[in-house]
Design a protein around this ligand. Structure first.
Ligand code: ZN
Ligand code: FE
Length: 253
């Protein structure tokens, strides 16, 4: 199996490096430099790159990594991905021998239409789909697609570690609290995250259990969440409309 190493990039991105002995796989290398620094420092060789979606902060480092380390590049067939060698549509299981691990590939359209999530060894790499206490913006997909994608991820085991691609949790929690002030688990997470961030530490990974308990976008059936959505948009009815109202609200929050 593998260890997961966090590589901060840009303002608030995380590139995830999966390490097994001297072999490494990176997820969403938006920038090559910090990845190469770690590979060289630890004497690792890059065996594969996993891409969740086409945005530059997730694939901008691929060309430069390939110049140093020719390797397989897995990513969405439906999107324009630099150096893509293993196009995926979602529904596949991929085996990464270098890690001794298999990953299930989920189609999770919403943030982008071809967006993929990778799930293996109890770890979920979900790019800009599910965030700590939030979800990605709908740049390409519909609310129905995104809700469906989030529900697919929420159905994973409670203990699943959620490795998203941005440190957005604290800001997301401010919105979550505006939606569901009476949620005790949410209040506890707000306190915990404030301490974590004050120490300069990361809030990622979280778990599926924690997201189900505190992430408003996974709680569209909860009475307080429904009531908040209705207070923003009269006539909101059913989880999909609740989700769409929350996503709209968050865009301008
Ligand atoms: Zn993105
Ligand atoms: Fe991003």
């Amino acid at each position: 199996m593998f260890d997961v190493i966090r590589i901060p990039a840009f303002q608030d991105n995380y590139i995830w490096l999966l390490r097994n002995g001297a072999a490494a796989v990176v997820v969403d290398p938006g920038d090559a430099r910090p990845v190469i620094d770690i590979l060289e420092r630890d004497g690792l060789s890059l065996a594969a790159i996993l891409i969740t979606h086409h945005h530059a902060d997730h694939q901008g480092g691929v060309a430069s990594l390939l110049a140093h380390y020719p390797c397989q590049v897995f990513g969405p067939a439906a999107e324009s991905i630099t150096g893509l060698t293993q196009p995926l549509r979602g529904g596949e299981t991929i085996r990464l021998d270098s890690l001794g691990a298999e990953f299930r590939v989920f189609p999770v359209p919403g943030h982008t239409l071809g967006h993929l999530a990778y799930y293996g060894a109890g770890c979920l790499f979900c790019g800009d789909t599910l965030f700590g206490a939030g979800c990605g913006r709908l740049f390409e997909g519909s609310p129905a697609q995104m809700l469906d994608s989030l529900e697919r991820l929420a159905a994973l085991p409670d203990a699943t570690s959620v490795y998203c691609a941005h440190e957005y949790t604290e800001a997301n929690l401010r919105f979550a609290l505006a939606v569901e002030a009476g949620n005790r688990n949410l209040q506890a997470r707000v306190d915990e995250v404030a301490v974590t961030r004050a120490k300069g530490l990361s809030t990622v990974p979280s778990t599926i259990a924690l997201e189900k308990a505190t992430n408003p976008f996974l709680r569209c059936n909860e009475p307080e969440v429904i009531a908040s959505a209705k207070s923003r948009e009269a006539g909101v009815d059913g989880p999909l409309q609740v989700f769409a109202a929350l996503r709209e609200w968050k865009n301008s929050y």
